[in-house]
Design a protein around this ligand. Structure first.
Ligand code: PMP
Length: 288
């Protein structure tokens, strides 16, 4: 495997960063998880744009243009001979002193890893997931805004630990006001009386690229989609529930906190969107 660091390729063993890098010391940096399907990188521009937005908010200047960064992502997938891949693009603050001050750091580290995609077991998609809501709340926007895809994922990791301890794979996180926000690595949708609903971004949600694509796809089908504030009660009483994310794609949820959602099987609209999404990802994207 060849890993890209600031324009050069290294073997997996030699691809290292300094222990003085503030990405390592403080989780000071931003990242993206991107996928390639059948020789095309899906929604590359959207991922790069989100990376630049995250970086802007944390006042991290990415020392490459977005066009060059896109080229470098595609090139990294190509030199690794991959057609289907999971790509991790990371920009750290770079090497600094032991103090917090990010502006004393040298140049940012840009890291691109293109690896094989590890998929969730097929049964998750066929039978649906059982999830729980967890005590750890999603970060409030005034602390660490969930819109920033930062290297500081402890909020999500704490929620993930609670899910795993309870014997499930994913957790629904509520915000500080008790409304449904999102999951540890996925956005959440419910379906009620033919209308698809997902929490608005101001609930404390990452603007998922899969989320945006599913909203657009459903609207193209003539299905009503609303960004709406909702509670656990709405999830329990939904006809369908599903999660979206680059790694998980669209995954049905059939049980939440012991309550069976709908008829306990992946819903009709969910299955329709899953099929449409699978078709779409192989058709569009930047050629490798
Ligand atoms: N929410 C969180 C907290 C995430 O980490 C992710 C995965 N990046 C998502 C939602 C889904 O975003 P995307 O569809 O862009 O992968």
């Amino acid at each position: 495997m060849k890993i890209y660091i600031n324009g050069k390729f290294y073997s997996k063993e030699d691809a290292t960063v300094s222990v003085y890098d503030h990405g390592f010391l403080y989780g000071d940096g931003v990242f993206e998880g991107i996928r390639a399907y059948g020789g095309r990188v899906f929604k590359l521009k959207e991922h790069i744009d989100r990376l630049f937005e995250s970086a802007k908010t944390i006042m991290l200047k990415i020392p490459l243009s977005s066009e060059k960064l896109m080229e470098d992502v595609v090139h990294t997938v190509r030199v690794n001979g991959l057609k289907d891949a999971y790509i991790r693009l990371v920009v750290t603050r770079g090497v600094g002193t032991l103090g917090l001050n990010p502006f004393n750091c040298e140049e940012p580290r840009i890291i691109i890893i293109a690896d094989k995609i590890v998929l969730y077991p097929k049964t998750f998609y066929e039978n649906g997931l059982s999830v729980i809501t967890v005590p750890t709340q999603r970060n409030i926007a005034e602390a660490v805004n969930p819109r920033i895809k930062s290297m500081n994922y402890l909020n999500n990791i704490l929620a993930k630990i609670e899910a795993i301890n309870a014997g499930v794979h994913e957790a629904i996180m509520l915000n500080a006001a008790g409304f449904v926000a999102e999951c540890t690595g996925d956005n959440i949708f419910i379906v009620r009386k033919g209308v698809i609903k997902t929490p608005p971004l101001y609930m404390g949600v990452l603007e998922g690229i899969t989320r945006d694509e599913i909203i657009a796809l459903a609207r193209r089908f003539g299905i009503e989609v609303t960004e709406e504030v909702f509670t656990r009660h709405d999830v329990f009483n939904a006809d369908e529930c599903f999660l979206t994310g680059t790694a998980a794609e669209i995954i049905p949820v059939v049980k939440v906190d012991g309550r069976v959602v709908g008829n306990g099987k992946p819903g009709k609209l969910t299955r329709r969107l899953m099929a449409a999404f699978h078709e779409l990802v192989r058709k569009v994207g930047v050629a490798i």
